[in-house]
Design a protein around this ligand. Structure first.
Ligand code: ZN
Length: 174
């Protein structure tokens, strides 16, 4: 039986610690299914295990257009386990991000435009992939969660923070 998991909110200590490597991917399969259901239910495009109170090096990328991210590209929800970023582009781009653990706030966050990563998929296969643009942004955001880092730690100026209401008004309707 799959279930929707509770999402830890800004200030919870679980969001500020380094998550632990996974040794046995097979036993995580129910948890990974629960995470996929949870991120879809919350209109997220990504979710990291520490956000659902599990300090494990697992996250889901589940980009698709929704009310929070109308322009997100569509992709199959993908579990990323024990990831490592092994290359980053020189180019850095700023764009707006939100976080299911920081409701009501958006930040204009600098991220590498492209990254190359190694990780295990949910079948335990080692993968190496290049991610670009919005998917690379999600990857870097979720990867940060595994190291106890939030997008608030990445913004360069408090003026790069907007309330959700102002984001909808100023950015989405542009
Ligand atoms: Zn987040």
């Amino acid at each position: 039986m799959n279930r929707i998991l509770q999402i830890a909110q800004l200030g919870n200590p679980i969001l500020y610690q380094r998550a632990k490597e996974i040794n046995d991917i097979e036993i995580e399969s129910d948890f990974i299914s629960d995470m996929k259901i949870t991120v879809a239910d919350a209109n997220g495009v990504g979710l990291a295990a520490p956000q659902v109170y599990e300090p494990k090096r697992i996250f889901i990328i589940a980009s698709k257009p929704n009310i929070r991210y109308p322009n997100a590209p569509e992709m199959k929800p993908t579990a990323i386990i024990n990831p490592e970023i092994i290359w980053t582009s020189e180019e850095i781009v700023n764009d707006w991000e939100g976080c299911l653990s920081i409701p009501g706030l958006r930040g204009f966050v600098p991220r590498f435009k492209s990254i190359k990563a190694e990780y295990y998929d949910e079948n335990g296969e080692r993968q190496q992939s290049i991610f670009d643009d919005f998917i690379a942004r999600i990857f870097q955001h979720e990867y940060d969660h595994l190291n106890g880092i939030l997008f608030l730690d990445r913004i360069e100026n408090t003026k790069d923070l907007l309330s959700e209401k102002e984001f909808q008004k100023q950015i989405l309707t542009k």
